[in-house]
Design a protein around this ligand. Sequence first.
Ligand code: CO
Length: 463
Amino acid sequence: MKVNFTETVLRDANQSLIATRMPFSDFEGILETLDNAGYYSLECWGGATFDSCLRYLNEDPWQRLRKIKAKVKKTKLQMLLRGQNLLGYKHYPDDVVRRFVELSVKNGIDIFRIFDALNDFRNIEVAVDEVLKQGAHAQGCICYTTSPIHNLEKYAQLGKELEALGVHSICVKDMAGILGPQEAYDLIKALKESVSVPVFLHTHSTTGLGPITYVKAIEAGCDGIDTAISAFSGGTSQPATETLNYTLKQMGYDTGLKDDMLKQINDYFKPIKSKYISNGQLDAFVMGTETDALTYQIPGGMLSNLIAQLKAQNAINKLEEVLAEVPNVRKDLGYPPLVTPMSQMVGVQAAANVLAGQRYKNVSKEIKAYLRGEYGRAPGPVNQELVEKVLNGEKPITGRFADTLEPAFEKTKKELGSLAKSDEDVLSYIAFPQLAERFFKSREAGFERVVAYSISVKQEEAK
Ligand code: CO
């Protein structure tokens, strides 16, 4: 039996371990080898890629994609799309979602892994529909979480809803790495019995369960898994590609992967990893096994964000308290899965509750919007006292929030005028207005800062 491997070093591993700070130049030299290694797909694009390219790396994310596509000719390129949120934390009108999907296909994306943080599939149906229209692969996600309201029947039902949307495959997205081996076996089995499309599994090594969970999932019929080349595996990243390849081959599965190429890829990334350790971007904390996540259900990205946030406020000593507050906030909000943007929203609110010494003294505008129903339906009942306190008599929305939004693409394009050089630029701007504008201006100025940046990196490397 064939097990498909998706390599995450360019996206999720990069995001989970080093906050997506890897510039294109760091992986350019290994793209052809990645293409020839026998992967099912390479995950290479997502919201954090856009953010980091524009904010820190002075790279055009669309150009990065085209440059990857130019070297990766056989292996499918995959992106993570946050449904109606696209790449950010808010909902966009349907015309923007459709244009984004269309241009992503044109620029090189083959597989769209599409999720909604609340598993409210009204928020992914337009993206899925456009992916199908564009002839690309639509993979619908179920965000995995545990709570008193999440059980096998509920997950099987979610699987059937996704299949009814016409997706080519389904992915169980365990962003927190909390899915245990037996739970994975039962869940994948329940889904395989309920749907006819392939079922993929995405997890993290955070709690150490990852590799065991994958093996049990595959025994239950799982069609594909996400792994990271070992230099960028483990901890808050994915389980190692080589480890799973070795294990599954020994068990008689066909992985399609070439061992010698995996070694070349890993040898390539070893010194790059060392560089991030010595410049402090790769923190030892995210590389270890953190079993507290089994209690706190903290996804890799969220844990590293919380640490950064508390360090910046000189309050890292409050980490334990904040981690303990996370499940309380989650219960108040009706048990949303902790995935972007919910993970950040819950994390920030938990930190605010602890740092203010009083719960919900300060409520972020995102949490207010959530309580108004702007993100979709909460999976479970929401704390009504909190709703009343925050909404102050205002009625929550019950329909699909995107239906209340005016088309925005053509209007934004006109407003931007010559600052945007392409429709892709317009979409970068819609997704990240300030970052994109700064990027466009710096591009006009001939990227003096890029030059300055690469000189400083070269000096750094020469040391
Ligand atoms: Co992930």
